[in-house]
Every structure is written in C-alpha cells, then in structure tokens.
Write a protein that binds this ligand. Structure first.
Ligand code: SF4
Ligand code: SF4
Length: 151
C-alpha cells in the first residue's frame, strides 16, 4: 500500500483513525449500520421476547438501540481532515503541521511534551512511533488496521 494512503488512515500521532468508533468509514460504524438494518423493527419484538422467553435482558433493548444508533451515526473524516472529536486538546495535530512532519517519529523533538496526552495515551504514542520507526510504516499499518483499537 502506498505511503500517502496509509498516512490518510493514521493520525500524525500514529493512532489508526480507521479503527476508531467515530470514523465514518470504520468497521465499527459500518457494522453498527448493518446490525441496525438487520434488526429492523426489533423494539416491539424485544418486549414480546421478554415475556415469551422469560428473559429480562430484553428490557434493556431501548438502551442498546440508543447506543447502536449513536455508533452508526458517527462520521469523522479522520485526523488528517478534521480536528479529532475525542482528544479535543490534542497538541500533535497543530504541532506536526508546524514541524512539517507526517508522523511524530520523524520529528527531531520526539518524544516531546507537547502532546497534551494523559499518561496512558502518552505511553501508547511513544510505543507506536518507535514501532513505526523500527518496523516501517507499512508493517505497522498492516498489524494495526485489523486489531481492535480498544484493548
Ligand atoms: S480524528 Fe479522532 S475522532 Fe476522528 S477518527 Fe481519528 S481518532 Fe477518531
Ligand atoms: S514536537 Fe512533539 S508533537 Fe510536535 S511533531 Fe514533534 S514529536 Fe510530534
């Protein structure tokens, strides 16, 4: 895969936008839409199944549906195209433009303290940029694009 298309799928921090729940073309949104479509008008059936099957879990269907509707509606275009909706205070996005690098590992100040990330995210950021540096962008991307983002 070409550098430019891989770059489009990853933020300058190295995190994969495609695996984010908020990404418009991500699997989470796509599968949520598919599940919504397959469930159709499930709500009255959930009420019936609660009685027929004696399963109180069906009482929770409206909450599940609300969450599913939300996941199916997200439409972020990724960090290269708009400000991240999750990390509103992200320091990397404006900074990489200023430093004129595509990824933080290419920057001579890496690892810096401009990210505004919390401790956990900072550690992940350092780890993934070191991985990109040692394994190369393509190999890193091939590994990360199929792994769940939320582990
Ligand atoms: S820019 Fe932020 S909200 Fe949008 S897909 Fe990437 S990580 Fe998710
Ligand atoms: S200064 Fe830090 S946040 Fe900015 S591009 Fe370099 S490594 Fe990334």
């Amino acid at each position: 895969m070409e550098y430019e298309s891989i770059k489009e799928s990853l933020g300058p921090c190295g995190l994969c936008c495609e695996t984010c729940f908020a990404h418009g073309n991500g699997d989470i949104r796509r599968y949520s839409q598919k599940l919504k479509e397959k469930l159709g008008n499930f709500e009255p059936y959930a009420k019936r199944f609660e009685t027929l099957l004696g399963q109180p879990i069906f009482k929770k269907y409206p909450d599940f549906k609300e969450m599913l509707d939300y996941l199916a509606s997200e439409n972020c275009r990724g960090c290269r195209n708009e400000q991240c909706r999750l990390f509103k205070n992200c320091g990397v996005r404006p900074c990489h433009q200023e430093k004129q690098v595509d990824f933080c590992h290419q920057c001579k100040e890496f690892p810096c303290h401009r990210t505004n990330f919390d401790e956990r995210l900072y550690e992940i950021w350092v780890r993934i940029n070191e991985k990109i540096k040692s394994k190369g962008l393509e190999q890193y991307y091939e590994g990360t694009k199929t792994r769940p983002r939320y582990v």
